[in-house]
Design a protein around this ligand. Structure first.
Ligand code: GLU
Length: 848
């Protein structure tokens, strides 16, 4: 031991200081013994033991409450017996206690609270209490239900649970979730509330009802002991697989043995108040909660009782040594004068407890809470993140980890893939071959697509044949076809030409699209035009013919006029006579007409213009005829070599305008729904026509529709989706697509709602798209297999079809001719003036 040598004068001073200190200490000395009382429900001693352990820890651990010895009194209060509760509290108060802890039962606790209020003694609670206000002398270390509700709401928001079912056991459960029901806006979530049957352990009818209504997301609020049996019954009903998610509100689910559900694939999430990675918490839990399966007391209660005692000790420590407990009698109205100060100190306490950081507001509600988010995995309920009021949910794993987990869970699993036999997506390899079984029966684009995805994600596939495409009936709300089968989780995915629609997206999950498409019209190839008597007129449009006729007349008349006008077109009929009486002009009106028609017909005539102006007109007319005749000849050649086709319909509008040709779509597909829901007038008209047509124009299978078009000889058009239309016209040269596409949409792989595999399969589709596999598969099944490319040459031929020449094509020649005619007029005027001047001058010379 280290000895301290002190000089005599210093020693005297030290003694004096110690003595004075002792005196001062005596003046403000805290009582050596401070009593607190814990009230407990009978039956579970763990709460009492925890209480006494906490008291013991406070006494033994140096620095927690120096100079004070805490004595914990324990009283058992019969359940719901307020008389006994009152008696026990009053007895304890007579002994002089500084605080009352518990009990856990609400009705007795409220009585204790009112006595503590009257006697001004702090009442420390550690139980769930839904009341929004606290009594004056009470403080509760249990997180307030609204805080827990906020935690659930924030998790549900983060998981995008738009529709879910709340399953509760008793009124308290509903009260517990009340804040949650009020929190979100009504449009945000669609919540179904169901109560577990009271006094019955058979939850199957209720669970069946939930399953029938496609309830895959369940918020479960029930007693801890009910959880395993409920989950067991859910498993019996096929509600414990990857498509179901359970959020259990109890903070102590981890003490229930959930091992049997570890490999079901169901998502089970719960919140936990006690941080298991805290060594102090671990110690307390090990001491008081083993064996865990036998525990009736919840871990949270144990931790909260422990923390409540620590809060009291800390407050007492901060209060100082001036605390005097006193014997109080319930019969008098005199309370404890120091009670309210001590309570205020308690409200100011901040400490890291077993139940996370502890802090109170002015009313005595616990404000600081950190909850661990735990999920059931193959290692049991493991912590995957935390939730706190300030930061919300904070996951320790990121999106990549989550995806990896899902991919891991998918590996070597066998997924049931539903498909429909429909060329070229899925076809029977050989319908007559009965030896083929299982996946070997099928081939096609979708079969290859699924096999590629399965290869990438390393899972096995079992193909099954599904029914019609299906959807949701707008009137009854009933699901049908493959949509219903997927909703009922009869398969893990549906891969066929299933269109992504809003209505289906509401009840199913869709991956990224693997093909884009639109609605097209399949119709019989146009027939050859019968030979026509006046087909020689076809190379030029009527408009051009009329213009030509007008031009011919115009040019002829102009030639006649200009020839009259121009002096150089007047000839001396008798060249021997120098001064003839009469001059002659060869361009009479008939001659002008003859001249122009002669050149138009490429024959010429025996008259020729002599003046510059008339020659100009003649030149331009020849140019005009050259171009027009060449164009006519070239187009006539095209018309004579190419077969002219005529189709009575060129577009959907043409279909809508007539009633002669019937048209229809697939009975249970999105094409029919497109017309049913369309707001465009012509499509609405088409829908009314299709709906009222007798016999029905709707068909059961796409192949039936194609056959109907083929055999109808132009009296039926089938509205179908473009990829299959392309496939059909590629092989059957008598069928064609008429007009363009009526809309744009995509095919996707559909999965049951809430499927965990949607993202990973979407990613696989993107990979296949980027590395060209999708394109290669399309080429294989559309162009190469099963007689693809048969109609290619014909398609080329028809694309070279000739059409008549319109004014747009030959208008320029008319313009040139007009300009030339205008120029000729000007020249004629100049000639006239020039000649007049010459004659004038000659007359002048002869007279002089
Ligand atoms: N792809 C459509 C669907 O998913 C079926 C074919 C159609 O309606 O034309 O409903």
């Amino acid at each position: 031991m280290a000895a301290v040598r002190v000089r005599p004068s210093a020693r005297a001073r030290l003694w004096t200081r110690l003595w004075l200190g002792a005196l001062a200490g005596a003046a403000s000395a805290a009582p050596d013994l401070v009593r607190i009382v814990g009230l407990f429900d009978p039956g579970d001693e763990r709460q009492e033991i925890t209480f006494l352990h906490a008291v013991d820890r406070v006494n033994r651990e140096p620095g927690l409450l120096p100079g004070v010895h805490l004595q914990g009194l324990v009283e058992r209060v019969p359940l719901h017996n307020s008389f006994q509760a009152t008696r026990r509290v009053c007895l304890a108060l007579e002994r002089g206690v500084a605080a009352v802890f518990g009990p856990q039962t609400a009705s007795t606790s409220w009585h204790v609270q009112s006595i503590c209020d009257a006697m001004e003694v702090p009442h420390v609670e550690s139980r769930w209490d839904f009341r929004p206000r606290r009594a004056d002398f009470s403080i509760n270390i249990h997180p307030h239900p609204s805080t827990l509700s906020n935690a659930y709401v924030s998790l549900i928001r983060q998981w995008h649970w738009h529709a879910f079912t709340i399953v509760y056991e008793d009124a308290a459960g509903l009260l517990r979730l009340q804040a949650m029901l009020q929190a979100p806006t009504p449009s945000e979530f669609s919540i179904t509330i169901r109560q577990l049957p009271p006094q019955s352990d058979d939850f199957r009818p209720l669970l069946k009802r939930i399953k029938k209504n496609a309830g895959t997301k369940i918020l479960l609020d029930c007693r801890l002991s009910t959880v395993p049996s409920l989950l067991r019954q859910a498993r019996e009903l096929g509600m414990m697989n990857q498509y179901f998610s359970y959020l259990i509100t109890s903070l102590d689910v981890h003490i229930v043995d959930l091992d049997e559900f570890k490999y079901t694939g169901a998502n089970i999430t719960a919140l936990r108040l006690v941080n298991p990675s805290d060594p102090a918490a671990d110690d307390v839990i090990r001491r008081f909660m083993t064996p865990p399966t036998a525990a009736q007391t919840r871990e949270t209660e144990v931790a909260l009782i422990h923390d409540a005692v620590l809060v009291f000790a800390r407050a007492l420590h901060q209060f100082g040594r001036s605390l005097h407990t006193q014997s109080l009698s319930c019969g008098t109205e005199r309370g404890w004068s120091q009670g309210s100060s001590l309570l205020n100190f308690m409200k100011l306490v901040r400490l890291p407890g077993l139940s996370g950081p502890v802090q109170f507001d002015g009313e005595g509600f616990r404000t600081e809470v950190t909850l661990a988010i735990t999920e059931l995995s193959k290692d049991g309920l493991t912590r995957v993140g935390t939730w706190s009021p300030d930061q919300g949910a904070n996951y320790t794993r990121n999106y990549g980890d989550k995806m990896q987990e899902i991919e891991q869970s998918l590996r070597h699993k066998t997924l049931v893939v539903m498909t429909t036999v429909n060329e070229p997506y899925a076809m029977l390899v050989n319908e007559s071959d009965t030896t083929l079984t299982g996946n070997a029966r099928f081939e096609g684009f979708c079969i290859d697509l699924v096999n590629e995805i399965a290869r990438l994600r390393e899972f096995y596939v079992q193909f099954v044949e599904g029914g019609s495409y299906g959807g949701i009936d707008p009137i009854t709300g009933e699901a049908s076809g493959m949509v219903k089968e997927l909703m009922d989780q009869k398969a893990d995915m549906a891969v066929t030409d299933l269109t992504i629609t809003y209505e289906r997206e509401q009840v199913l999950d869709f991956t990224m699209p693997w093909m884009n498409l639109g609605i097209g019209i399949l119709y019989s190839k146009p027939k050859k035009e019968p030979p026509q008597l006046f087909s020689f007129l076809a190379p030029l449009s009527l408009e051009v013919w009329l213009y030509m006729a007008a031009t011919y007349l115009g040019v002829s008349v102009l030639l006649f006029i200009l020839a009259r006008f121009s002096p150089y077109e007047w000839d001396n009929p008798h060249p021997c006579r120098e001064e003839p009486d009469v001059l002659e002009n060869q361009f009479s009106l008939p001659n002008s007409l003859w001249f122009t028609i002669g050149s138009l017909m490429q024959q010429g005539s025996d008259i020729a213009p002599k003046a510059l102006s008339t020659r100009m007109i003649a030149g331009l007319w020849w140019f005009f005829t050259l171009i027009m005749i060449s164009s006519y000849t070239a187009n006539l050649a095209a018309f004579l070599t190419v077969e002219r086709m005529v189709s009575p319909i060129e577009s959907a509008e043409d279909l809508a305008k007539q009633t002669e040709i019937k048209y229809g779509a697939l009975e249970s597909g999105s094409t029919k729904n497109f017309f049913r829901d369309s707001k465009i007038a012509s499509y609405q008209r088409m829908w009314s026509f299709m709906k009222s047509a007798r016999p029905s124009v709707f068909i059961k299978k796409a192949s039936e529709g194609v056959e109907r078009v083929r055999s109808s000889q132009g009296r039926y058009a089938y509205l179908m989706e473009s990829p299959q239309l392309e496939y059909v016209v590629e092989r059957d040269c008598d069928l064609v697509q008429v007009g363009g596409l009526l809309d744009t949409k995509s095919y996707g792989i559909a999965l049951p709602p809430g499927s965990p595999y949607t993202s990973t399969i979407s990613n696989a589709i993107l990979i296949l798209q980027e590395n060209g596999t999708l394109h290669a598969l399309k080429t294989k099944w559309w162009k190469e297999m099963k007689g693809g490319g048969a109609c290619k040459r014909n398609a080329k031929k028809s694309s070279a079809a000739a059409s008549e020449l319109g004014l747009d094509q030959v208008g320029g020649v008319f313009v040139v001719l007009l300009a030339g005619m205008a120029a000729a007029c000007c020249i004629a005027i100049c000639e006239f003036i020039w000649k007049s001047r010459q004659l004038n001058q000659a007359a002048h010379v002869s007279t002089s």
